[in-house]
Design a protein around this ligand. Structure first.
Ligand code: GLN
Ligand code: ZN
Length: 742
């Protein structure tokens, strides 16, 4: 029997930043006026051509188009259905697009938030009762034509209408009670027109991404899915993808509504396999088995993947194989890395390599090697023994009430910052020179020490109560630690899009994690030697380190978290030993890793908060533990915040006008709280009166003795011209409200 070519190989999406971050250079040059629209379009076309080359050369049977973006695919979708806020409409469409993405002199941009449980950020469309949807298929058709013109089997990709609306927010004109999903029927008509334009152009199959169906959905929402796909499924062969876990109850709905194909995430959503087998799927259904992990950088265990693929292939006459989701979340090419150890390289696979894995899995003649176990030297028995010896004892601190009495005495409404000070061009130049070997270690260190001294002087001048060293020596709050811990590797050019032109290089956590020597003590100690005010120690928490790294997939995340936490626990102990009275452990990603499905959240919160406590509970009652969270919508994690058992928590609060305090109060949070009174995402310097008003709201909402005065987040992206007056105003605002309290 010749079953060659019966398994269809494809992927749902591909990195769109270019192999060398060409997108970043192109759009940033355009924004700064160095290149014009035509030159930007030329660079974009070159990136798209490279994407098509990669996809075509790998030998896939079909490929996705329309997945390129100048900024964000949700923003592209908003433009494709003309859901553009009136404040962003400009004479030419590109100006509108970037006004919505970044704001301009006339309007603030759309809000930006995290895409499911990833570190990618999308722009939040604003939809109201008056949004006049209209089909604007130009981009989708043009990108389809680029691929089809080369004779490739191309499949246009659209963000699905249900996901688009579920991720949108009501616009300013929407009445109370309005939900964007109320507009589904109108939106679907615009989609029908876009699909018609694509089929007119020759497309037969269209991929509709509905990742929102990987989260829990209400019966009403599933009804919306049914309505949308009942209407659209007849217009073309629709392949629906999820990509961020199992479809669960959405799966039968999609199939009944006539979706011609389903792309399954068989890395995180393997539960769908059993469900699918029970559903009596038509053998005509195109079933894509997403067995190659699109979210992580490990080489696939081909034996295991092939077994899952076979289970899918048994259910249909049209089986396919793909990555579990778009390759948006992995770097482009492993070949670009020169310095990684061989044992690691052998186990890695970036986007280009994953394409080949997919193609090999579709080929019944290709070998199916099992993935080799990790080499012995990646295992650190000492770490494992230390963790085992700690056991549950790692959690216990004396109760908060006793700690509070023992801790450092400060004036009411103590003023502080979140940690980083402006990363000036000079700091970045010095770091680049050091990295390239043009500046020797000693010179670099003295340059950074000088910066610390300057930051301390700034804070004393401003009159802050609790100082920081400013983090000038940190390239990034995760990479800085990854570079010093065993079990981590950092890449030379493993860039992944975070938002727009901004890319990050997540470290690779491949083995057991251990600390070999103190990582921060010298910097904090140096800062402390320059002042009589207390200097806060500053660490990144275990959950955030995991969230912003590629993590190993050969053991439970909770186990990896404990290892990172143990290393941090040792650092915390050293800081305390060096006389640091206040230690902050940042967990801005605590919410990001929250599972999309409610039934998995309890388990996550248990291990995540346990890891934090493991990192921080080794200190005496007199040492004050702070944490910092970077968002204000607590909802789902509010109980977890209490379980961190930190003495003081700083949060983002200025944009929500301190509303989050009422939530904390309702959740019975009775610890120190630093609601941000300065929105550091904006260059605006808040006035004294404004910050004083925020503090008044705070002292009214929660016990005044527990309130701290601080900005929303670190200051690394701000300039000193903004930071100096804003800090002076912050200190003055605290002084005024303090006086009112007495
Ligand atoms: N301490 C870090 C800083 O100030 C916290 C950053 C963050 O919350 N993302 O930069
Ligand atoms: Zn923050």
């Amino acid at each position: 029997m010749n079953i060659q070519h019966t398994v269809h190989a494809t992927v749902p999406g591909y990195p769109r930043i270019g192999a060398h971050r060409e997108l970043k250079r192109a759009v940033e040059s355009y924004w700064s006026g160095r290149i014009d629209h035509a030159a930007l379009e030329e660079s974009a076309a070159a990136i798209r051509a490279q994407m098509l080359d990669d996809l075509a050369e790998a030998g896939l049977d079909s490929l996705p188009t329309g997945v390129f973006s100048l900024y964000d695919h949700m923003l592209d979708t908003a433009f494709a259905v003309d859901a553009v806020a009136p404040r962003h409409r400009r004479e030419n469409e590109l100006d509108s697009y970037f006004a919505a993405a970044r704001g301009d002199e006339r309007a603030v941009p759309l809000e930006m938030t995290k895409w499911f449980d990833t570190n990618y950020h999308y722009l939040v469309p604003e939809i109201g009762p008056g949004t006049a949807f209209a089909a604007r298929p130009g981009k989708a058709v043009a990108e389809y034509a680029e691929a089809a013109g080369r004779g490739l089997d191309a499949r246009p990709v659209l963000v699905g209408p249900v996901t688009f609306l579920l991720l949108a927010k009501p616009d300013a004109d929407a009445p109370e009670g309005f939900a964007p999903l109320d507009r589904l029927d109108d939106l679907v008509e615009a989609y029908a027109e876009i699909i018609a334009a694509l089929t007119e152009a020759g497309a037969e199959r269209i991929q509709i991404d509905e990742p929102a169906l990987c989260a829990d959905r209400t019966p009403a929402e599933l009804d919306a899915v049914r309505r949308a796909y009942d209407r659209l499924a007849g217009l073309a062969e629709l392949i629906v993808t999820g990509g961020y876990g199992p479809f669960g109850s959405a799966l039968p709905v999609l199939l009944e509504a006539g979706a011609a194909g389903i792309a399954l995430d068989l890395v995180r959503g393997r539960d769908d396999l059993d469900l699918l087998a029970s559903l009596n799927v038509s053998r005509e259904t195109f079933l894509l088995a997403g067995v190659v992990d699109g979210r992580n950088i490990w080489r696939t265990d081909a034996a295991g993947a092939a077994a899952d693929l076979e289970r899918v292939a048994a259910l249909t006459d049209r089986p396919g194989v793909s990555t579990s989701c778009s390759l948006l979340h992995v770097p482009v090419d492993l070949e670009a890395e020169g310095d990684l150890p061989d044992a690691l390289v052998e186990r890695l696979s970036f986007a280009r390599q994953k394409l080949r894995e997919v193609v090999a899995l579709a080929d019944p003649a290709a070998p199916r090697p099992t993935r080799p176990d990790a080499p012995d030297h990646w295992r650190d028995q000492a770490v494992r023994s230390r963790l085992a010896a700690l056991g549950d004892g790692a959690d216990r601190r004396v109760p908060y009430a006793e700690r509070e009495a023992a801790q450092i005495e400060l004036p009411p409404l103590p003023t502080t910052t979140i940690g980083s000070f402006p990363q000036t061009a000079e700091i970045r130049r010095a770091r680049a020179a050091h990295r390239k070997g043009l500046m020797i270690d000693g010179d670099y260190r003295s340059r950074m020490r000088a910066e610390v001294a300057a930051v301390v002087a700034e804070q004393e001048k401003a009159g802050l109560d609790v100082l920081v060293h400013g983090e000038p020596e940190r390239n990034d709050m995760v990479q800085y630690f990854a570079e010093q811990l065993t079990g981590f590797a950092v890449t030379a050019s493993g860039w992944v899009q975070s938002y727009g032109s901004r890319c990050v290089r997540p470290p690779i956590l491949y083995g057991d994690v251990a600390r070999t020597e103190p990582m921060t003590v010298e910097w904090t100690g140096y800062a402390q030697s320059l002042t009589d005010k207390p200097v806060k120690g500053m660490l990144t928490g275990p959950v955030t380190i995991l969230a912003w790294s590629f993590v190993r997939d050969d053991q439970q995340l909770s186990e990896t978290a404990d290892q990172v936490a143990l290393a941090l626990r040792e650092e915390v102990a050293d800081l305390e030993g060096a006389g640091t009275a206040i230690i902050q452990v940042d967990e801005p990603a605590l919410r990001e890793l929250l599972p999309l499905r409610a039934d998995r959240r309890g388990d996550y919160k248990r291990w995540a908060t346990r890891a934090f406590r493991l990192a921080t509970s080794g200190v005496g009652a007199e040492t004050q533990i702070h944490t910092h969270l970077c968002y204000s919508e607590f909802g789902e994690v509010i109980d977890a915040i209490a379980d961190l058992d930190a003495d003081v928590t700083s949060i983002e609060a200025s944009r929500s006008k301190m509303e989050v305090l009422a939530d904390l109060d309702r959740a019975d949070y009775r610890r120190g709280i630093g609601p941000g009174v300065w929105d550091i995402h904006s260059p605006r310097v808040p006035a004294v009166g404004e910050m004083a008003e925020s503090l008044r709201l705070a002292v009214r909402a929660v016990d005044a003795r527990r309130v701290w005065a601080n900005p929303d987040c670190g200051l690394k992206t701000r300039r000193y011209e903004e930071v100096r007056p804003a800090l002076a105003n912050l200190v003055e605002a605290a002084r005024i409200v303090r006086a009112e309290l007495e």
